[in-house]
Design a protein around this ligand. Structure first.
Ligand code: NAP
Length: 332
């Protein structure tokens, strides 16, 4: 196939509101020897894209200014050292940026096959949350079957993935959400219990649900004043995993509690991690999780699909906060 020199992309000249996300013409990127070039069919929208648009995301050096951390599409060219993929392969990929575009390069090892029968718009929403949730809950949190997990933002892209991972590996998941409707959605997507944090004290409700024992893991995207409550809701030997701090990066930590319960506080950011780290997660996900999508035990939860030219509306929709699951851009 002929690859054009130029493409349509979203590449704001300056930080700002959703209105900065206008289609522009950019050169088609060239794959390095270890990369593939993907004709993008769809790109996932993630909360970090909103932070990037606002100029609030610490961009790792060398990442494209075009937003978009995950894509699905068709490989149209491969670098000289690529061994697995060939033009025509349907892949979804974790990328460090560049997804809101007709073409995007991806490191070979960060591509996964689109599960059989899955729409590109669904596959595009898998990589960012699955790489993030797996590496945090499994690798940093050392979750084991039979344990309990408290997930904040239970209906977010990340939250739904955490609930699905819990189901797949045998964790009991408790979700917190900002409305009764979202609580019902979290239960429908696998939470054993959901707590409306606007009407209930989530730490007390978590302790109640666990018979006073507390949970083994907290996946926290809230930070700030949630942290002391999370620590109170953790069981002995519990693990507190930070992936965002929507209520602030500074928190009060009662060291007495940490010592008495032998708690572990950890966290991570996926985007700046090296390709080798992400490749290892891709390999693990392909073996441990992709078969569940193929077998129909897991299904992507796509809230709404927008055209690339309507990326501004997609961000408005995310910032309105009523979505359940993933927001996706359909590109070609
Ligand atoms: N560390 C990493 O590598 C990494 C990677 C990807 C994403 N993230 C982070 O993970 C989070 C989720 O990402 P996403 O793309 O899934 O976003 P999303 O779908 O927009 O979800 C954000 C969630 O945060 C909840 N929330 C917002 N403000 C809150 C508050 N003040 N108190 C409690 N809950 C609040 C919302 O739940 P309610 O409406 O129920 O309040 C919503 O479900 C984001 O903060 C993102 O930056 C981190």
């Amino acid at each position: 196939m002929t690859i054009p020199h130029e493409m349509t992309a979203i590449d704001p000249a300056a930080p700002g509101g959703p209105e900065v996300l206008q289609p522009v013409i950019r050169p088609v990127p060239q794959p390095s020897p270890s990369e593939v070039l993907v004709q993008v069919a769809a790109a996932g929208v993630n909360r970090p894209d909103v932070l990037q648009r606002l100029g609030l995301y610490p961009m790792p050096p060398g990442t494209p200014t075009i937003p978009g951390l995950e894509i699905a599409g068709t490989v149209v060219a491969v670098g000289s050292a690529v061994t697995r993929w060939r033009p025509g392969d349907a892949v979804c990929a974790l990328v460090a940026g560049g997804g809101y575009a007709q073409y995007c390069t991806a490191p070979e090892g960060q591509c996964l096959p689109v599960p059989a029968g899955m729409r590109m718009t669904d596959a595009a929403g898998l990589p960012e949350t699955w790489f993030t949730v797996w590496s945090n809950v499994m690798d940093r949190g050392h979750a084991r079957p039979g344990e309990t997990l408290l997930v904040h933002g239970g209906t977010s892209g990340i939250g739904i993935t955490a609930l699905q991972l819990a189901q797949e590996i045998g964790l009991t998941a408790i979700a917190t959400c900002g409305s009764d409707e979202k609580c019902a959605a979290a239960v429908a997507h696998g939470a054993a219990h959901a707590i409306n944090y606007r009407t209930q004290d989530f730490a007390a409700a978590t302790l109640d649900f666990t018979g006073g024992r507390g949970v083994d893991l907290v996946l926290d995207m809230v930070g700030g004043d949630y942290v002391p409550k999370n620590l109170a809701a953790l069981a002995d030997d519990g693990r507190h995993i930070s992936i965002a701090f929507q209520r602030g990066p500074v928190a009060e930590v009662n060291l007495g509690l940490v010592m008495r319960k032998r708690l572990v506080l950890t966290g991570s950011m996926l985007r700046p991690r090296p390709i080798g780290f992400k490749t290892a997660i891709a390999e693990t996900l392909e073996g441990a999780i992709w078969p569940a999508f193929e077998a129909g035990r897991l299904a992507p939860v796509t809230d709404r699909v927008f055209a690339l030219a309507a990326a501004a509306d997609a961000h408005r929709h995310m910032e309105a906060g009523a979505h359940v699951g993933k927001i996706v851009l359909a590109i070609s």
